[in-house]
Write a protein that binds this ligand. Structure first.
Ligand SMILES: CNc1ncnc2c1ncn2[C@@H]1O[C@H](COP(=O)(O)O)[C@@H](O)[C@H]1O
Length: 348
């Protein structure tokens, strides 16, 4: 199953740039006074939300220049491509660096995307990765900052195909979606797609406000009340599930205790399986797929279908491109399944 999951083409829809950085890079860049030991193995066992946010603070204190950000972004793209991710919606929160403002930060990430694609083309990559960017609004920030981020996202979406949406994330114990609705309405009016971290911790009123807004996708959606779940079943909004992240932040013994995974799979609800923060949770897109397959006893065909499923709710705006990506996915998945069955037969 591990080999099949690695070989399948994957679409990663929920990955935060700074949560996916390479550890050795962060360790080598960390300035004096910034302790990055919280990223290392023994500490990684504790990934409560509080621990995650301590890690993000250490990474942000390390990545303070455009050169560091560019290196980081290129490495993240390389790592997802090496894991067989063919379509990636990476998200990141614009912030000022020592040598750039928030707009300069995003311009740097977009240049890294373009350079990465040019390098793939030159290398004639067999399964090239299509990168897209979602700008994140941090729920700890002010409504004014959120509106600036929304306006930046709208402007850039008019200038480049790379920018496809607006996300709401950050420490879920802070802020409320209702304070930021204006920014998200502005983005939606301008044609941008929206995804909102929802019910990562228990907060039924916040979840009600998010569901009333009806974003294009929901992140996590873990602590839903029965009424909220029924509402979603009646009118589905695709959910981005991040199994290892969910297991760790909720403190679950294993994935079979996940509050929604099995029921959403059984309902054929629109979901995507994602990493959230591949470094913080020490995982990959392939591994997340494999963990779900093992926890839910999926057949090889069901896993291949699950890998393809997110392509139905990507934020890519070019419909023709989505269709050609899907065709590409189906061909590559058929090859991976063929190889899997051949290897199982020869094993017997
Ligand atoms: C664990 N679950 C999570 N829940 C909520 N927000 C999260 C998150 N994981 C990451 N982020 C958000 O992404 C930022 C890091 O990447 P960027 O600096 O934006 O590239 C974090 O600071 C947080 O705001």
């Amino acid at each position: 199953m591990a080999a099949l999951c690695r070989a399948l083409p994957k679409a990663e829809l929920h990955a935060h740039l700074h949560g996916c950085v390479r550890l050795p890079t962060v360790a080598s860049l960390a300035p004096r006074g910034v302790d990055v030991r919280c990223l290392l193995a023994p500490h990684a066992a504790d990934r409560s939300l509080a621990s995650c946010f301590a890690v993000f603070a250490a990474i942000h204190a390390t990545v303070t220049t455009l050169a560091a950000l560019r290196r980081l972004a290129l490495e993240v793209l390389e790592d997802f491509a090496a894991d067989g991710v063919a379509y990636l919606e990476l998200r990141s929160t614009p912030r000022a660096l020592q040598d750039a403002d928030a707009a300069g930060y995003i311009a740097c990430v977009l240049r890294a995307f373009a350079d990465f694609e040019a390098a793939q083309l030159a290398a004639r990559a067999r399964l090239p990765l299509t990168p897209r960017l979602i700008l994140s609004v941090d729920r700890s920030a002010s409504a004014r900052e959120a509106e600036e981020t929304a306006r930046l996202a709208v402007r850039l979406a008019g200038e480049t195909a790379y920018v496809v949406g607006l996300d709401f994330s950050g420490n879920p114990t802070r802020g409320r979606f209702a304070e930021f609705t204006r920014a998200f309405e502005e983005a939606r009016r301008a044609g941008l797609r929206t995804t909102v971290h929802t019910a990562e911790v228990e907060d039924a009123a916040d979840t009600d406000a998010i569901l009333a807004f009806r974003p294009d996708r929901l992140g996590h959606a873990l602590t839903l009340t029965p009424t909220q779940l029924a509402r979603l079943r009646a009118a589905p909004i695709p959910i981005e599930l991040c199994p290892t992240s969910n297991k760790k932040t909720l403190g679950l013994a294993n994935l079979t205790c996940h509050p929604t995974l099995r029921t959403l799979l059984e309902d054929d609800y629109p979901i995507s399986i994602s990493t959230d923060d591949s470094t913080v949770f020490q995982t990959t897109s392939s591994r997340e797929l494999q963990l779900v397959a093992e926890a839910c006893g999926l057949s090889a065909e069901a896993v291949a279908a699950l890998a393809l499923k997110p392509m139905d709710h990507v934020f890519e705006r070019d419909a023709q491109r989505v269709e050609s990506l899907k065709a590409h996915f189906r061909r590559a998945a058929a090859e991976a399944l063929g190889e899997y069955h051949r290897s199982v037969q020869s094993w017997w």
